[in-house]
Design a protein. Structure first.
Length: 268
């Protein structure tokens, strides 16, 4: 397995996920996607009850999109990584519910234009935090705005600056396994406070249970953290108003211990 090292903002973000996509679903098999889909659907219905169509920016392997399709929405996912995009297409072929309400395209969320509009745009699992430069963030917000119907909502979650600077990122180890593969992932973060960025250096060991062969993968994921006034300014510049902000999934008020914050924006 090749080593992937992404240590500056100019390198191709898709390359970061080229090998990672093969193990992504196993690494996050403990993630409660159903609860997150219910949470996002609840926010959509609260702030825009008539939503029928959703554009998902950075749809990954398609799990959120497929669950939202099962909940009655028409969902179109955009994913840049070829590996993750391929897995999402396979998911369409295998899904039993929501068929006909789910589509995926491969593209860069900073540049893609589908020439159609949606009632809501979503970007989940810190997709916006992967936009580490001001230009990247502005371009992603412009994509969202240009794909929204009048009064449409844009819902996304990001790392929240006060929590990052208060609690500071720590080294973490995660182990997951299925019948065929065992994965151990070491995450070592490096904080760049003057750039509002954390580089998470991953060292992943993948062991095949049948042969006991071990492969290694090294990656660095650059993650930007945001502050509420910063998001409000970026939103206003892109033609949005900020309707609401809360802790991701719990709905609690945000504070210095809120690592994940969810914003609801609406087009002006």
């Amino acid at each position: 397995m090749p080593e992937v090292s992404v240590t500056n903002q100019s390198q191709d973000k898709a390359k970061v996920f080229s090998d990672y996509a093969r193990y992504y679903d196993l690494l996050y098999k403990d993630k409660d996607y159903a609860a997150e889909a219910d949470y996002v659907a609840g926010l959509i219905r609260k702030f825009h009850p008539t939503v029928k169509s959703i554009l998902e920016l950075g749809s990954g392997t398609g799990i959120h999109a497929s669950l939202l399709a099962e909940r009655g929405f028409s969902v179109h996912g955009i994913e840049r990584s070829p590996g993750m995009f391929s897995r999402s297409l396979a998911l369409i072929r295998n899904m039993s519910a929501g068929n006909g309400r789910l589509a995926f395209s491969q593209g860069d969320i900073r540049e893609v234009r589908l020439n159609k509009r949606f009632d809501a745009v979503i970007a989940l699992f810190h997709v916006i935090s992967y936009q580490t430069t001001n230009e990247d963030v502005t371009a992603a917000f412009k994509t969202a705005r240009e794909h929204l119907n009048p009064d449409g909502v844009f819902i996304f979650d990001v790392w929240y600056g006060p929590a990052v600077l208060t609690e500071r990122p720590a080294v973490r180890i995660k182990r997951m396994a299925d019948e065929q593969t065992e994965i151990t992932r070491l995450a070592e973060p490096t904080l760049y406070p003057n750039e509002n960025r954390v580089d998470v250096n991953y060292h992943v060991f993948v062991r095949a249970r049948a042969t006991r062969a071990v492969a290694e993968l090294k990656e660095t994921h650059a993650m930007r953290y945001f502050f509420k006034p910063e998001i409000e300014r970026i939103a206003a510049d892109a033609g949005f108003q900020c309707l609401h902000a809360e802790e991701w999934l719990s709905g609690r008020a945000i504070g210095s211990d809120t690592w994940g914050i969810c914003f609801v924006l609406q087009g002006d």
